[in-house]
Design a protein around this ligand. Structure first.
Ligand code: ADP
Ligand code: MG
Ligand code: ZN
Length: 560
């Protein structure tokens, strides 16, 4: 049977989707491949179909027992002999499955990575004809990935033990450069064809807003989109309870979901949402996995998630039907602090050895930084996301807030020179906030202690509003005029481009959104209605809240 007949006969589909056919052809031509496609794109078929066409056995490495069971179950249903070998089998069942495998009954065998180098399995594999090793969820090999699995590091060793090298194919939905490089190297792919597709979701509109009154903004949005189904993601359970409570009080059909609720309530709320009895879901990131509701028209983020991977996954739950949908992130500086706290106190890291834990923490902070840049960039938001995933979009998509906004181009060379000069004069020792406070001329105890009040640039930009200074700083960082170090205390450093600005060889221009016209009446109205948060603070009090938190974090850091 050819690939089209197999697709139709066993899987019941008329045509291939996206890059499936390309990947299948590359495998059949004997080439190693790395396929990077978003979840739901149909990666399994890319190795299952060649597996049925190649002479020998295909081993599929998969990280989860439940995934293996699902896939083997559906293959068996389709009339394809497949089996899995993992710790869910009793020793008797395992031996039996292995003896069937020896007889050549299964063209496809799913195996847990930890099994590969066991004597029993190795003996089988060396004496069988293994024509392909397919590595599913290949990002598990990388410590940069979300779910590192040490067992994945053994795959390459296992392959080297085989008498003849099989084709190696790897698949993942994680497409950052670090992860991709790790996969290529750690799985030891040979002259691989790398195919990355389909991350763009053209029907999704992206926007970032920084409203003074976040709840007011969310409420306003929902009012304008009444009758539509949407999700509001919050950073904490407490926030979910608050926002959902306010929405219900204000008469909206909302329900909620987070890990602190009983199984019963979670199940019920989820169903209410799916069947549109409560078309508004307020939830933490615990909500959404495996939920396929096609008519979600908007995903609002009541706060910034910890990285672009999470954001894109959550936002991507909008518009699965392909119809236009909107993804709006309501950002406040406090989100950075909250996420930093999450990262510093991540309990998962306790199980790691100190060195790895430090690595993971650095990685998470780096991702947080890139997420923060997303919230501040004036560039095309879609392009920013796609570039993060290693795909190249155009600079202008026409369907994000930045592309729709009116831009103005401002020359900021003078401000840039002062900021860079400030970094240079202090010996490249301090973080972004210290630099910004210095050029702003903030008379704080901390600056006196660091002797930044004596810096020649102290107060040089006191007339520029603080948010604009931050935008300029972001522009300098995004464009390599300055850079920051990784790690828990991130320091601003000079780059090769810094000197060009200092010596006047380069002018710095920056595209920025035109200032919205202020309507004083509205602002006053918004002030009156500010909701009180459970912490007892009002939304506008966040700067104070922020200070308290950073103080706590600083103390925690020193205690370590
Ligand atoms: P991934 O592993 O990329 O997340 P899966 O392999 O689990 O995706 O496939 C997701 C869904 O898409 C499955 O229900 C699968 O049967 C379906 N699918 C895969 N290929 C096709 C195709 N060519 N046409 C229609 N549906 C497909
Ligand atoms: Mg899959
Ligand atoms: Zn755009």
């Amino acid at each position: 049977m050819n690939k089209y007949e197999i697709l139709k006969t066993y899987f019941g589909y008329d045509s291939f989707r996206g890059a499936q056919e390309i990947l299948i052809d590359q495998i059949l031509s004997g080439r190693d491949v790395l396929g990077i496609m978003p979840t739901g794109a149909g990666k399994s078929l890319c190795y299952q179909i060649p597996a049925l066409m190649l002479d020998g056995i295909t081993l599929v490495i998969s990280p989860l027992i439940s995934l293996m069971k699902d896939q083997v179950g559906s293959l068996n249903q389709a009339g394809i002999h497949a089996a899995y070998l993992n710790s869910s089998l009793t020793p008797g069942q395992y031996r039996k499955a292995l003896s069937y495998a020896r007889q050549g009954r299964y063209p496809i065998i799913y195996v847990a990575p930890e099994r590969l180098l066991t004597p029993e399995f190795l003996d089988f594999a060396r004496n069988a004809r293994i024509s392909m090793v397919a590595v599913d969820e290949a990002h598990c090999v990388s410590q940069w990935g979300q779910d590192f699995r040490p067992g994945y590091l053994r795959i390459a060793d296992f392959i080297r033990e085989l008498p003849a090298r099989p084709v190696v194919s790897a698949f993942t939905a994680t497409a950052t450069r670090e992860v991709r490089d790790d996969i290529l190297e750690l799985l030891d792919l040979r002259d691989p064809a790398v195919t990355s597709t389909g991350f763009d979701r053209g029907n999704l509109y992206f926007a970032v807003e920084t409203p003074r009154d976040r709840y007011g903004a969310v409420k306003g949005y929902i009012e304008e989109h009444s009758g539509e189904s949407g999700i509001v993601y919050c950073l904490t359970r407490k926030q979910v309870d608050e926002v959902c409570g306010h929405l219900i009080r204000d008469g909206f059909p909302a329900t909620r979901y987070h890990a602190g609720l009983s199984d019963e309530e979670r199940r019920k709320n989820q169903e209410d949402f799916i069947y549109d009895r409560a078309p508004l879901m307020v939830a933490t990131n615990a909500f959404g996995m495996g939920i396929d509701k096609s008519n979600v028209r908007f995903v609002l983020h009541y706060g910034m998630p910890k990285n672009i991977e999470s954001y894109y996954q959550e936002a991507g739950r909008a518009g699965r039907d392909g119809e236009p949908a909107e993804c709006i992130l309501y950002y406040s500086g406090q989100d950075v602090i909250t996420n930093r706290l999450f990262i510093e106190n991540n309990r998962d890291n306790l199980e790691l050895d100190p060195e790895t834990a430090e690595l993971v923490r650095g990685r998470d902070l780096d991702r947080l930084k890139k997420m923060t840049f997303y919230c501040c960039t004036n560039e095309c938001l879609r392009d920013y996301i796609l570039r993060y995933f290693g795909e190249y979009g155009s600079n202008y998509c026409g369907n994000c807030a930045n592309c729709r906004k009116e831009f103005e181009t401002a020359e900021v060379t003078e401000a840039a020179r002062i900021m860079i000069g400030c970094v240079k004069a202090c010996g490249q020792r301090y973080g972004i906030n210290v630099i910004l406070d210095t050029v702003r001329g903030a008379e704080t105890e901390k600056l006196r202690q660091y002797r930044m009040t004596e810096n020649p640039c102290f107060g040089s930009l006191s007339r520029v509003p603080a948010y604009r200074l931050r935008q300029i700083m972001n522009h300098l960082l995004l464009n390599g005029y300055l850079e920051t170090t990784d790690g828990s205390y991130s320091v601003v450093k000079l780059t090769e481009r810094s000197e060009d600005v200092l010596c006047g060889a380069e002018t710095v221009t920056m595209k920025m959104a035109k200032e919205p016209e202020r309507r004083p009446g509205k602002a006053r109205e918004a002030k009156k209605k500010k909701p009180v948060l459970a912490s007892g603070l009002r939304e506008g009090d966040e700067p104070m809240f922020e200070k308290l938190r950073s103080l706590r974090a600083a103390i925690a850091r020193e205690e370590k």
